[in-house]
Design a protein around this ligand. Structure first.
Ligand code: ATP
Ligand code: MG
Length: 565
């Protein structure tokens, strides 16, 4: 296609509101435009990237036996009420009423609809297994839509659902999806980890996330280089390495005037922060609770929430009223408030707040000086010991691009999606649910492949394969050669973006780098004088000179090469 007739509104300057690299480059490259917070238009180049990704997804879904559907985006509330999610899900769901005042919502996912359909159409074990998928828009009123198309309020998702007779069947369908997702992401040129994850609002029996490492990500994963343990920090466990414990003989109160934080206390007493015990008061539905952590560790809110339900930090005056002391001197001894200690504290001897102003107490042995419930409530940190093998683990920031869940009968039971087995007995269908985000894949690809000049698209999902650029279209010989190569490349089935604009060469080269198509073919004066075009690899920045007559065959052989070529 010709640049001169396409809408490719590139921008020289970074848009003010964009922080993530992919956000900036997709706006500047003319791929997307924001209509409102978290709502985007895809322009022709952006659309081409999505189409490429969707085509790969379709191929891989069809390969595992998936059948494509299109389910409605507008849902009656009843199905969501029957599974309980109408009330479980809060403000993330877009709700509306139709003219008859009936409750409706915009689909944020489609378990309810698929299960309704399965209940209608599946009768017998002979109809199973099934894999049903769609590539369909989803609506979620995200609390913080941000980073361009990485987190939007309206987005495309490929969601699929497996229907099986039993757990073994589910395990197979799950495995097929895990492999398909791996192939999709590899084909899209992403580096990724597959990690254990928290089933969250899907409420299932197991799940994995596909995570693309990038500083723009909102998730963190824990990785063990030694044994391969990989999990989302939201559920990852670790064994914080214990410090050498001193032999403090007994409980001893120490004056610690004005030292409230862990850093202040450990500096004042000249001890390793790992020898301090941090006490945090939180308010649960059942009342106050003291969470105890080793001084160098952070509280993991979701872990605590899973144990005690929703909670919030206690306010200053609540701490004062309940413990008679300000938060900086709070400790586990002598209060009538339930305790919840991190497992790391099961061993050792510590300095803790004394529940008296300007005072700490040294020699506190959990289990001996106070009784507590133990649980894993710390946030895993780089350098902690791996729960599986004990070697140091690493924490890395990632973008979640895909998520797979074993649902079991969570939806088929309430929606009565049942089948008859060989003996004529009724059972709920055993289900799985699998999501992957084409826009997130596109953005993650830019996050992983770019330089300061622009994107460096993997060839499989690039808006075009080749960027043909005529340096000066006013030069008749150059223009004619450009046209000839454009026809020849098109004729050979190569996807070419032909920059035939009457623009300064500097502008055209800058735009080529910004848009980031993998191979650039330049028709300049050398092509006219020496009969050679220049082929540049966007990623390696290597140029090669190729005789004009060999341009097409060279490009074809480059496109056959594995990524990076
Ligand atoms: P997150 O934790 O990032 O909100 P999620 O767990 O809610 O994601 P799923 O419900 O598992 O996401 O959706 C499946 C896939 O859909 C995600 O892996 C991601 O690729 C994509 N996706 C989810 N939410 C969004 C969004 N707001 N914008 C763009 N893509 C999204
Ligand atoms: Mg979400």
């Amino acid at each position: 296609m010709r640049w001169s007739s396409l809408l490719i509104p590139t921008l020289r300057e970074d848009p003010a509101e964009a922080e993530a690299v992919s956000h900036r480059l997709m706006i500047r490259g003319g791929l997307i435009r924001a209509l409102a917070a978290g709502i985007y238009c895809y322009l022709p180049l952006g659309q081409r990237v999505l189409d490429k990704i969707n085509a790969i997804i379709r191929e891989e879904m069809n390969r595992i036996g998936g059948q494509e559907f299109t389910l409605p985006a507008l849902h009656p509330a009843e199905l969501w009420q029957q599974t309980g999610r109408w009330t479980e899900i809060g403000e993330e769901m877009f709700r509306l009423k139709d003219r008859g005042k009936r409750d409706m919502c915009l689909g944020m996912t489609h378990e309810e609809i698929i299960t309704w359909l399965a209940a209608k159409e599946i009768r017998s074990y002979r109809n199973l297994p099934q894999i049903w998928y769609q590539i369909q828009v989803k609506f979620r009123d995200e609390a913080r839509p941000k980073s361009g198309v990485l987190r939007t309020r309206e987005f495309l998702m490929k969601d699929s659902y497996s229907l099986d007779a039993d757990e073994d069947g589910l395990a197979q369908s799950y495995e097929l999806h895990k492999e398909a997702y791996g192939r999709i992401l590899r084909r899209c040129g992403l580096t990724f980890y597959v990690v254990e994850s928290d089933p969250g609002m899907m409420g299932g029996a197991g799940s994995h996330e596909f995570m693309a490492p990038s500083p723009a990500g909102e998730d963190e994963v824990v990785l063990c280089g030694s044994c391969g343990y990989a999990a989302n920090v939201d559920l990852a466990a670790s064994r914080p390495a214990p410090p050498p414990f001193p032999s403090w003989p007994s409980l001893e109160e120490i004056a610690t005037p004005g030292t409230r934080s862990i850093d202040e206390v450990s500096a004042f007493l000249q001890i390793d922060p790992r020898l301090t015990l941090k006490t945090l008061m939180v308010m649960t539905k059942a009342g106050p609770l003291l969470c105890l952590l080793r001084g160098d560790q952070q509280l993991h809110e979701r872990k605590v929430e899973r144990l005690v339900g929703p909670f919030r930090p206690a306010h200053r005056d609540e701490v004062k009223a309940l413990a008679g002391v300000e938060a900086g001197f709070l400790g586990p001894l002598g209060l009538e408030i339930p305790l919840l200690a991190d497992e790391a504290l099961a061993e050792g001897v510590y300095v803790a707040g004394a529940n008296r102003e300007d005072t700490h107490v040294r020699g506190v042995v959990p289990g001996k000086h106070f009784k507590t419930r133990y649980a894993d409530i710390h946030r895993v940190q780089s350098g902690d010991g791996c729960v599986k093998c004990g070697n140091p683990i690493m924490v890395e920031r990632v973008i979640e691009v895909g998520n797979i869940f074993k649902l079991g009968t969570r939806y088929s039971t309430p929606l009565k999606a049942l089948y008859l087995d060989e003996k004529g007995q009724e059972h709920p269908i055993v289900m799985g649910s699998y999501g992957i985000g084409p826009a997130r894949i596109a953005a993650a690809a830019i996050e992983q492949h770019h330089d300061r000049d622009g994107a460096m698209w993997p060839v499989t999902i690039a808006p075009f394969q080749v960027h043909l650029l005529t340096v000066n279209v006013k030069d008749q010989a150059m223009r004619e050669l450009g046209e000839k190569l454009y026809q020849a490349l098109n004729g050979a089935g190569v996807e070419v973006l032909y920059d035939d604009r009457d623009e300064r060469p500097g502008v055209k080269f800058k735009d080529a780098d910004l848009v980031g198509i993998p191979y650039r073919v330049t028709v300049g004066s050398r092509a006219i004088q020496e009969g050679q075009v220049e082929i540049r690899n966007r990623r390696s920045k290597q140029d090669s000179l190729v005789p004009v007559a060999e341009t097409v065959t060279r490009i074809q052989s480059l496109l056959r090469q594995p990524e990076g070529g």
